[in-house]
Design a protein around this ligand. Structure first.
Ligand SMILES: [Zn+2]
Length: 337
């Protein structure tokens, strides 16, 4: 994901939460909760055979190093000048081809059903080109969506794969960040975006079998969720917006091979879902770059029983990782107004 995703959420949220500096009213919060629950019952069509859920992001994909390559420019005022349509357009196609390569690889190992949920906030979570996507894939696109990066996943999936993922906020990875946070931990353990979503999926019994991204992302994700997944090293970070890269075709070839191996590992039962002890103690610190009004607004999210633990820090104690996912969706709508 990427910050603009959050902005988008604010733009298209229905109903809108309060503006910056205003805590959303209980009625506004209840309406957001109602929307989350409404879509909870909706599932992607169920299909026979081994099912793969794929979350493609852009920052960690092959060749991408610069924010202009992953932003469409329609995500909010701040992002207008951060795009170059020529770049973004080209990278959409590369993104789509990475997803196709992942599907093709998984298919050779026996996977038969594929759901792709847009994980990147550029262009309002609509970057994959539907007309160029493998025709077997069901595509979840647009924003806001209740579980953001894993909206649509359920216990019928055999595995979860992350392509083009990026490293955690504060790390030396390419375009590193983590939702709206400078820090995010569960039971004291740091989680990046892959880790957070792995926990939500793990609660449904679904494990992560493939992660692609830069070297920093792969190392930290192994540390967080264990090393059972098949890694795909798309590039080596040498700066926040610089990397040693491969040909896109070579990255696709690696994805094909890795996805096949990932499905085989899952079928052999060699990958454990990522779980943590309950209740989950979720501690997060809002980005220092946000105005104080954002802190006030998050403090006003009474629907979530948040405890403020520091100037910009909060704690949620919950037995449900899904609840944590709903909180992420709601915070995104608050932060970016
Ligand atoms: Zn992203």
């Amino acid at each position: 994901m990427r910050t603009p995703a959050l902005i988008l959420a604010a733009l298209v949220a229905a109903p809108p939460l309060a503006g910056q500096g205003q805590a959303p009213s209980p009625a506004q919060q209840a309406a957001v909760r109602a929307r989350q629950e409404l879509f909870r019952a909706k599932r992607v069509p169920r299909e026979a055979g081994f099912r793969v859920f794929i979350v493609p992001d852009m920052e960690g994909m092959g060749s991408a190093v610069d924010i202009h390559e992953v932003i469409a420019g329609n995500e909010g005022e701040r992002y207008r000048t951060l795009t170059s349509p020529d770049y973004w357009d080209r990278f959409r196609l590369l993104l789509t081809k990475e997803v196709n390569a992942t599907i093709a690889g998984a298919r050779t190992a026996g996977a038969r059903s594929f759901v792709v949920n847009e994980g990147h906030g550029g262009n309002m979570f609509a970057n994959v080109l539907p007309w160029d996507l493998d025709t077997a894939a069901i595509l979840v696109r647009g924003f806001p969506k209740p579980l953001v990066m894993v909206t649509g996943i359920d216990s019928t999936f055999g595995t979860l794969m992350f392509t083009g993922a990026h490293a955690n906020a504060g790390s030396p990875g390419v375009m590193a960040h983590n939702f709206a946070f400078d820090s995010f931990t569960v039971n004291g353990k740091k989680l990046n975006e892959v880790g957070i979503n792995a926990l939500i999926a793990g609660e449904m019994g679904v494990s992560v079998s493939l992660v692609s991204g830069d070297d920093v992302l792969l190392a930290e994700t192994r540390e967080m969720i264990g090393g059972d997944f098949v890694p795909v090293l798309t590039k080596r970070a040498v700066g926040r917006m610089a990397a040693i890269t491969y040909s896109p075709a070579r990255v696709r070839s690696m994805l094909r091979t890795a996805a096949a191996e990932a499905v085989r590992r899952e079928m052999r039962g060699q990958i454990r879902p990522f779980t943590m002890a309950r209740p989950y103690r979720v501690d997060f610190t809002l980005r220092a770059s946000y105005p104080d009004s954002v802190v006030t607004a998050v403090a006003g999210l009474t629907d979530f029983k948040l405890e403020q633990t520091g100037a910009r820090s909060f704690r949620l104690v919950t037995d449900s990782a899904r609840e944590m996912g709903y909180l992420l969706d709601t915070i995104e709508q608050v932060v970016l107004r």
